[in-house]
Design a protein around this ligand. Structure first.
Ligand code: DOR
Ligand code: ZN
Length: 420
């Protein structure tokens, strides 16, 4: 296969130039060579190393009416993602080698690479640790109790000590549970208008502070899930300056929306941690610009419509994101001149590969041919009814975005493609 006259963006060597990309036997190779596969006209398109989302919920096993590995990875491919790491809050949970083996088996016929994340505690109940070594042998790339914060500092410290030896990152969902016994709405003016109790930003920040201390104490790699609050960004910025081994992610909803979305969209905008204020959103953007936040993930959290078309207190938390993430990043960060294309490729491909120790996120010759081809200027309207995901719970329906995926190539195979 050859992609001709495409704008090649590779953070590995800060490459940004028009050229041809040659692919042979599933690998990127030095050209020019004879190829027998398809020729893609890349004029007007941009090539990133395949996007990597290290935080998705595929709901498989056990909640197949919301999503499964097949539909979740179709959504991933349609969104430009060649790799996803899936969270363990399935039924049963991914807390045994057997459930990890199930995901890996299903992943063989998926539309993107799937990397399971193992649960930290058995049943995600915050009590007994799972068998990290056995889970690692079964193929996990990280450990997390996402959805459930790890309450006990002692337990998290022990977790970090063991995970360090196994070279596994710990991904923590930071919210002080005692402070957030309510419904995916930020504490403040919007919660008051809605007459609901809110989740304060400090519930996130206080656990980020604690976790930084534990990462420093143990020297283990701690990764912060879905950072939403300005205070967290500030603490992570300082921790990195101090050389503490932390990394962090945020999601499109936190750099595009504020708590006001709840007034308009109701439960579609309910998510944990909650959408916050304009000042928080601006701090998230500043964190993406200066590298405090390492990666943009979706936290793709499919829910059935009957769990969302209900009053906020009765709804489930979470929103899907695989099919809108690149368009949102390009519209809100690139076309607003906040970030260049190399930075977006770093945030959505190069950095997440490094965080999970995966050999992707690069377009260097000899690397697996995982490539996302997109038209950075094409405008389109988000139509949830046309999503590949089984679920429709997005707050972005009807929004006009600028920048659209054209081809997703994984291991040299076109997994998604739209002709112009
Ligand atoms: O809103 C959320 N939904 N936050 C999480 O951390 C978990 C997720 C889910 O699994 O639905
Ligand atoms: Zn979470």
């Amino acid at each position: 296969m050859v992609i001709k006259q495409v704008r090649i963006i590779d953070p590995t060597d800060n490459r940004d130039e028009i050229g041809d990309l040659y692919i042979r036997a599933g690998e990127i190779t030095h050209g020019p060579i004879e190829t027998d596969g398809p020729v893609i006209d890349g004029r007007g398109l941009t090539a990133f190393p395949g996007l990597i989302d290290l935080h998705v919920h595929l709901r498989d096993p056990g909640m197949l009416h919301k999503e499964d590995i097949h539909t979740g990875t179709m959504a991933a491919a349609a969104g430009g993602f060649t790799s996803v790491a899936c969270m363990p809050n399935t039924r049963p949970l991914l807390d045994t080698p057997e459930t990890i083996a199930y995901v890996n088996e299903r992943a063989k016929t998926a539309h993107a690479r799937v990397f399971p994340i193992g649960a930290v505690t058995v049943g995600q109940n915050g009590q007994a640790l799972t068998d990290f070594a056995a889970l690692k042998s079964a193929g996990i790339v990280a450990l997390s109790d996402d959805g459930e914060p790890i309450d006990s500092a002692t337990l998290l410290r022990r977790t970090l000590q063991i995970a360090k030896h196994l070279n596994l990152p710990i991904m923590n969902h930071c919210e002080d549970r005692e402070m957030v016994q309510n419904h995916g709405v930020n504490e403040g003016i919007v919660a008051e208008k809605l007459g609901l109790p809110g989740r304060p930003a400090v519930a996130e920040v206080i656990q980020v502070a604690r976790d930084i201390l534990l990462a420093q104490d143990t020297g283990a790699h701690l990764h912060f899930c879905h950072i939403s609050a300005a205070g967290s960004v500030e603490l992570i910025r300082r921790a990195k300056a101090d050389g503490i081994p932390v990394t962090a992610e945020t999601c499109p909803q936190y750099f595009t929306l504020t708590e006001d979305a709840l007034l308009e969209l109701g439960a579609l905008a309910r998510v944990n941690p909650p959408l916050r204020t304009a000042a928080d959103r601006d701090a998230i953007i500043a964190g993406l610009i200066d590298g405090t936040l390492d990666t943009i993930v979706t936290d793709h959290a499919p829910h059935a419509m009957e769990d969302k078309m209900v009053p906020i207190p009765q709804a489930q938390s979470g929103m899907i994101g695989l099919e809108t993430a690149l368009g949102l990043a390009l519209t809100f960060l690139y076309h607003t001149d906040k970030l260049d294309l190399l930075s977006i490729a770093r945030l959505m491909s190069y950095n997440p590969a490094r965080i999970l120790n995966l050999p992707y996120g690069t377009l260097q010759p000899g690397s697996p041919a995982d490539i996302t081809l997109f038209d950075p200027h094409e405008t389109w309207t988000v139509e949830p009814e046309n999503f590949h995901s089984k679920s429709r719970n997005t707050p972005f329906g009807g929004m006009m975005l600028r920048g659209r995926v054209r081809y997703t190539i994984c291991d040299g195979v076109v997994r998604y493609g739209v002709e112009r």
